[in-house]
Structure formats: structure tokens, C-alpha cells
Design a protein around this ligand. Sequence first.
Ligand SMILES: Cc1cc2nc3c(=O)[nH]c(=O)nc-3n(C[C@H](O)[C@H](O)[C@H](O)COP(=O)(O)OP(=O)(O)OC[C@H]3O[C@@H](n4cnc5c(N)ncnc54)[C@H](O)[C@@H]3O)c2cc1C
Length: 388
Amino acid sequence: MIQTFDALILGGGAAGLMCAIEAGKRGRRVAVLEHADRLGKKILISGGGRCNFTNLHCRPEHFLSSNPHFAKSALAGYTPGDFIALVEKHGIGYHEKTLGQLFCNGSAREIVEMLEQECRWAQVSILLKADIRKVSRADEFVVRTVDAEFRAPVVVAATGGLSIPKIGATSFGYDLARQFGLKIRQPRPGLVPLLLGPEDRLRYCDLAGVSAEVLASCREQQFREKMLITHRGLSGPAILQISSYWEKPHALEIDLAPGRRVTDVFCDPKVPRNTAALRSELRQNLPARLADRWLERYAPGAWSNAALGGFERQVHAWSISPTATEGFEKAEVTVGGIDTDELSAKTMECRKIPGLYFIGEVVDVTGHLGGFNFQWAWASGAAAGRAL
Ligand SMILES: Cc1cc2nc3c(=O)[nH]c(=O)nc-3n(C[C@H](O)[C@H](O)[C@H](O)COP(=O)(O)OP(=O)(O)OC[C@H]3O[C@@H](n4cnc5c(N)ncnc54)[C@H](O)[C@@H]3O)c2cc1C
């Protein structure tokens, strides 16, 4: 059975559905081929089930890419306001949780249902359980599944990154890029908890569950948010954010008392210079167990100004070297992907292979935590969809 369309979109996640909707609205005959048994599985589990679908403060600086300018055009062409308008059109309640992050009041399911409804209105054909075996190109693209053949002048790869393989992530997009001779920036896990080596685990991981607001830095990036100690290492928003920049053998530098000098109190001659006073200062920034552990390890050797100065510096520059990340099983995103040099920033079409497009997470554009990854999926999907 051969079916022909104007465009075949491989992958029915955030980017693929947005692309299909935009192209369908413009009268294109579009099919979405999704290998799972339902659309948007990652949307369903996102944001703790409430989908942090965009961020009010979305700017190009919130994205990692080997070309920091690449995302600008697509992000300007489809803004958080555009997605919010869509959400409001469907009567979906939402709220700002923190730092511009917008979540559904109810469930992420509402976002998937909204996209499905928009697909129906745009007369998009959806094919689930589409097990794609081969993509080839002669006069047009031919996509073969186990039991059917599809033809179209355009193929859009929207198969996402490698994170969370158990809900359907595959290397399909990267394999397709390789098949057509495109460059790929090595994919690696991002927004992912970090693992500590055996010695650091012994030192800190019995404090699992303890969290504190810190400033985490690595390779000239820094994030001031919560850090969480886990049974195997470090997590929490500050660590997830910095993990996207971390690579072995770099160390993280963690400021445990950002913006506050914990030893200033000792400038007052009436304050006794002793461990109890220092503990009480430290506990203003850190949970008691972490403050106590810090003092066990790094208490000043004397109460001189010089020794207190050393203690102060150490509190603001805890250098810790993770040994690895928790991997794609736990990563929220994939850093790296299809090299942006290969793509038009306006349309996401391959420069070398006309008619072949890559959108969403499979491209070397990765957002910070906080709704930016969906905004990239919507924006890159819309950019391609409007060009088809
Ligand atoms: C636990 C978790 C929570 C997250 N929460 C948020 C959040 O709140 N806010 C945010 O901005 N981002 C969040 N993200 C990131 C966000 O989900 C992704 O960046 C976004 O979904 C990427 O969109 P995409 O369309 O490129 O890929 P995906 O949404 O992953 O869609 C790819 C689709 O392609 C399909 N597919 C894969 N291989 C094939 C194949 N061979 N054949 C056919 N189909 C295939 C997949 O089944 C999937 O449906 C979260 C990620 C995770 C893992």
C-alpha cells in the first residue's frame, strides 16, 4: 500500500505535532508517523505531570548550542505569547510557578489533547505504531514501515533526543542524519543528576534529601537555585541546570552561601570566636545537618582573621568533581545533536538535502530547565511547518 502526502513528519511529540499543525493549517497534506501507541508521551510526563509548557522570559541566552545565534530566528517567529494564546483558545487553565515558568493547573494531558484537536482541525493524518524501517530518497522521499510505504517531497525528522528510552526515545534522528552525511554534535545527557565518586559519597551522601540554595558554577556558567543531595550524588534545579554544561573532568564550584559573608559577624568584638557562633551563622544559609557536616570537615584551624578568611573562601567555592551523570535514563534532555551548520535557521531545512528538515530536541539546541525546551520544540516546529 503506497500513500502520498505533501510532507511526512517522523515523530509525534511536541515539535512534530506543532509542525504538522502549522503545515496542515496552510493546506498541506501532512502525515505524522509515530512509533509509540499514542502521541506526546513525553509531554504527558513533563513538569511532574503538569507540563511546564513555556517560559515568559524566554531568550536566546537560555539555550546551549555550538552556534548561540541559531535559535534566534525561530524563537522570534513563535514566542511564548503565541503558545499561551493557543492554550487560552482551548480554555486550559495555567499558572506561573516561579521564574516565568508556566504550568497547567490541571494535567499535561490537556496540552496533548489540545495538540490532537488542532491536528484534527488541520486535517493532519496521524499514524500510530508506525515502525519505520527505511527512509530513502530518489525524486521524492520514501518512508517504509513494516506494512506500508509513504511518499512525499518533504520529510521532517522530529524524533527527539535520547533521554528516557523507556518511553520511546530512539537514535532515529541521528541515524537519519548520518545516512544523509550530516554532521552531529556528540549527544550527551543534560538536565541530569550528577554522580559522586566513592569518597565524596561517604562524605556527603548520608545527607540524602537535604537541600540548600546555592550558586553552582562550571565553565563560566552559573545558576542560583536549590541543590539536593541524593544517595548517589547531587541533584536539584541548580545541579540539573549546571549538568548541561558539565563534562568530565571539570569540577563544579558551589557557593554555599551566595551573596552573604558568614564570618562577618566576627567583626563585632562582642561576638565570641568559637564553633557555636560559626555554626549558628552557617545554619542561616544551610540546613543544620549540612552546616554541621561542613564544620566537621572544614572548621577553621584557628580563630584568626586569616583563618576565618580561608573558611569564608571555602564556603563560597566548594570544588567538587562529579564522576559521571545519571545518564539518559534520568536526563530530561539531550545536549548536542544535528549540527546547526547543516540547517537553515529560518526553516530548519538541511542546506545539503532540500526537503529534509530536523526540528526539536534532535537539533543541537538545548534549553535550560523551566519550559525552554518545549518553547524550542514549538518554535522550531512552527518554523518548519510554515515553510512546508
Ligand atoms: C521527565 C521529563 C520532563 C520534562 N519536563 C519538561 C518541562 O516541564 N518543560 C520543558 O520545556 N521540557 C521538559 N522536558 C523536555 C521536553 O519534554 C523535550 O525537550 C521535548 O519533548 C522535545 O520535543 P521533541 O518533539 O523534539 O521530542 P519528543 O517530545 O521526545 O518527541 C519525539 C517523538 O518521536 C517519537 N519517536 C522516536 N523515535 C521514533 C521512531 N524511530 N519512529 C517514529 N517515532 C519515533 C517518540 O515516541 C516521540 O513521540 C522534559 C523531559 C523529560 C524526560
